[in-house]
Structures are given as C-alpha cells and as structure tokens.
Design a protein around this ligand. Sequence first.
Ligand code: 4NP
Length: 157
Amino acid sequence: MIRVLFVCLGNICRSPMAEAIFRELVKKENLSDRIEVDSGGTGNWHVGKPPHEGTMSLLERERISSEGLLARQVKENDWDDFDYIIAMDEQNIEDLGNIRKGDDSIVIAKLMDFVENPQETNIPDPYFTGDFDYTYQLVSAGCRNLLNHLKVKHDFN
Ligand code: 4NP
C-alpha cells in the first residue's frame, strides 16, 4: 500500500481539495486497494471542521465526493504512516521541517513538482485569493501528474 498525505496550512481549502480529487482519480483507475489518501494542515485553527464552503461547492460542482473530510493537524507520526507528504507551497515545506526535523526517510515534495513547466510552483491559497477555481485547476493537474508518477514508480498497471 502506498500512502499519500496532502498538506496545506489550514486543511480546509487546498489539501482537502487535493485529497478528494486524488481519491476520485485513484478510484477511477481501480487503485483504491493500492493507494491510500489523507490530508492535514500545518496549523491547528480549523481542527475538526469540514472544508471551506469554496472547496465544498467546487467539489459538488465537479461531482467529487467530500465524504469524511474533516481538518486535522499534521503530526510527527505521519512520517511513519505515510510514504509521500505532498505540500501545496514552499511555506508548508518549511513548516513540515519544523514538525519533524532531519527526517528524509519518505518523499516530501510540492504538488506542482510533478507538473512539467507549471504555471505556478506554489498553489495559491484561495482562503486569501478567493479564487477557488484557479486553485482547482492547478490541484487537478497536479493530482493527475502525481498519480501517473506513482503508477510508473510503483508499477501499477
Ligand atoms: P488552506 O487555506 O491552507 O488551503 O486550508 C487556509 C485556511 C485557513 C487559514 C489559512 C489558510 N487560516 O489562517 O485560518
């Protein structure tokens, strides 16, 4: 089983969006028994809350399930429980380094690292920009490319 944890700051806008989109792609490709998906935030302000209404309405529009999405904070143990921690921006990467220091036993990368010539290297935070649609486009492209990467890397066919 390959375990993927998406991370952003609040775990109510970008990373739950990525979790839901990625889970849907994994399901469509019949890989649900090979790839497990979760998300978390580096901050703790929204722990226990469902995603932001902007993320919820986007997922609804795209007919992607938001079942089980409740915010939680990233914890030190996540390095033991996941194979990939996929962050939305450079600040997340820096914050992750403060949660568990000097551990490179798993892959920690930004979602846009998996996109060739990306429009953005950091996924803009719609909590501040208000533009959930643009974030959705970037997250979708990133998730599609991440899944292709995992399929090749781990021989899923
Ligand atoms: P997210 O957006 O990291 O994409 O979930 C944010 C949500 C809430 C806050 C910051 C970012 N906040 O400061 O409460």
